[in-house]
Design a protein around this ligand. Structure first.
Ligand SMILES: O=P(O)(O)OC[C@H]1O[C@@H](O)[C@H](O)[C@@H]1O
Length: 241
């Protein structure tokens, strides 16, 4: 056989989702810094090359920890991106030269999804700038990061249909049914009206009403609820079959 087998670097990239106060899905982006490139064109997904003695999942945990300062975050590996040209852009080669070593122009990356409450304090040990960006306003990014983000959306939707409990990773500890509904609607392709949603949710023993209602709101104050993971585990019910 006269084929060339690849010698390649492997990296991880993490798409971290958050749900903001305007009920929009956001993702976390970081800044790289290469000379001659304007600051607003320097954003990217958080990622890293994998160390030679590191497991790929451990590398993803490391990236998330360096990104947020949070020790334990939900993490799901969803796809490997291996287009031979994904790291061949001149500014990306230049970046890899600045950050790692010269002449890296072939990298296979393993993409991960993660979820973070948007009001959680982000304490990055690695990046000076870590920003939330609404998913529908993500700028043009280096490598194939826009493609990774698009595919991560399909993946998070699939994930919520198989494990509804992951939605609570994105909501504050106490939430209203409207917030839960809006998040579910932005993530699910299945449509459900708010009345039916309310009815369905009230039948779930793992969504617990609290003795607390919203304050300082212009509409009718809504009750807060909390999610009980232990009850959910015992009695896992799909929202829509
Ligand atoms: O994330 P840094 O450390 O900048 O470089 C690794 C990059 O290498 C590429 O495969 C990835 O997409 C990743 O973003």
């Amino acid at each position: 056989m006269n084929q060339d087998f690849i010698h390649t670097y492997v990296s991880v990239d993490c798409v971290v989702f958050g749900f903001d106060h305007d009920n929009r899905l956001n993702i976390l982006l970081v800044h790289r810094s290469i000379d001659d490139v304007p600051a607003d064109k320097q954003r990217k997904l958080p990622g890293s090359l994998i160390f030679s003695n590191e497991d790929v999942d451990d590398a993803a945990h490391r990236v998330l920890h360096e990104l947020t300062g949070i020790k334990k975050m939900v993490l799901k590996q969803f796809k490997c991106f291996a287009d031979p040209l994904r790291a061949s852009n001149q500014s990306d080669i230049k970046w890899m030269g600045t950050e790692y070593m010269h002449n890296i122009d072939r990298i296979i990356t393993v993409a991960y999804l993660s979820l973070c409450k948007i009001d959680q304090k982000i304490n990055s040990t690695k990046y000076e700038t870590v920003d939330w960006h609404p998913i529908d306003q993500v700028p043009a990014l280096p490598f194939d990061h826009n493609k990774i983000i698009n595919e991560s959306l399909t993946e998070i939707r699939r994930w919520i249909e198989t494990d509804f409990s992951i939605i609570f990773e994105l909501l504050p500890k106490k939430f209203t049914i409207r917030q839960l509904y809006q998040l579910y609607s932005s993530l699910s392709e299945k449509r459900i009206d708010i009345k039916n949603f309310h009815k369905k949710i009230s039948s779930f023993s793992y969504i617990i009403p609290l003795e607390e209602i919203e304050t300082n709101v212009s509409h009718r104050a809504a009750r807060y609820y909390r999610f009980d993971a232990k009850i959910y585990k015992k009695n896992n019910t799909r929202l829509i079959k």
